[in-house]
Design a protein. Sequence first.
Length: 210
Amino acid sequence: MNRKQRQRFGSAIASTILGFAALSLVGVDKTQAAVLTYNFQVEKGGGSGFFKFSDSSLTGIGSEKIAVGEGRFNTPIRVYKNDYDLAGAIALFNQGNFRGLQASGVEYATREEARGGTDYIKFESRATWYMGTEEAISTWASYFWGYGETIVSNRQGYLGRGRTIISSARVSYSLVDTAAEPVPEPITFAGTGLALAGLSWLKHKKKMAA
């Protein structure tokens, strides 16, 4: 193969690459992922809240976990917090179906109130809770467990204790919003890469010819 034939052959390859890339780009259709927003309610006065997450990584096969991007939980199991931040909690899926949330929280604080002279009242408070989801006899369910406690003492010693206990409270969910989140399919990037490769090759050949 002489030089002129090699040049023609190379140009044909470059044209094929660019043509394929162009067709790939033209034929791209964006898959529709979504940002889902759920509200939830905990029975037995356990509280309520909301959370959001994107389902772009969901395959619909087997058990899957997706991190919550945003969410808040208001519960009486607390010390000073108005509500707990749920970012980073886990949304559980099975065969593409949302099953429930997996989350937990903890808070601890100590404060003292002067009562004149050297006397005082001391409050030691802690709160801890857990929300879990699991399958039981072919059905999925979420439950909440929470424990809050405040121990009161003074210079003379222990004065009393207050507790809040919530055990095995059922958690219910409701989907309240589905916002589309366009995500380009992998072929978009492949087509772009081929196009850039083809253009680079043509520029190189022009420099060689010059």
